[in-house]
Structures are given as structure tokens and as C-alpha cells.
Ligand binder design. Structure first.
Ligand SMILES: [Zn+2]
Length: 79
């Protein structure tokens, strides 16, 4: 996997390649994804995912959007 950057954007710490559980938020829900390839800052613990992985995570949100639409179609009237 290509390295995104050499050091942490927040603290400048060293990034170690790892797999981790990543949490993302979609509206008021938290989506948890296991075994995501990522880099973790060994100083502050900030997790970085690749743009590819970010796309996959976004793709996971689409079915939720549909589910939300089926449950609460009135929320979508203005769109
Ligand atoms: Zn850091």
C-alpha cells in the first residue's frame, strides 16, 4: 500500500501501517468497519485511511441512505 504521507498532520508523529477498526459517522449513526488498512500515528493515535478506502467507506453509506429514505421519505422531499 502506498504511503499517504510521512508524518502525522496534527503532531508530526511517525505513521505506522496497520489494520484497525475505523469509525465513521453518517448523520446520527456511527458506522464501524473492522480490519481497515490504515496508518496510525504512534504519538497521538490519529488514524489515516487511503483515498481508496475512504471511497469504500463512502460506498457503505449509500445503502443507509436508501434505508433512511424508506423509513423517512419526508426528509427527502426538498431534495
Ligand atoms: Zn499524531
Amino acid at each position: 500500500m502506498d504511503r499517504l504521507m510521512d508524518s502525522c498532520r496534527f503532531c508530526g508523529g511517525y505513521l505506522e501501517e496497520s489494520t484497525s477498526m475505523v469509525k465513521t459517522h453518517w448523520r446520527d449513526r456511527t458506522i464501524t468497519i473492522d480490519n481497515v488498512n490504515c496508518w496510525i500515528c504512534n504519538t497521538c493515535g490519529e488514524v489515516y485511511v487511503s483515498p481508496d478506502m475512504a471511497k469504500k467507506i463512502k460506498a457503505l453509506e449509500r445503502p443507509l441512505d436508501r434505508e433512511e429514505f424508506l423509513i423517512k421519505p419526508y426528509l427527502y422531499k426538498k431534495i
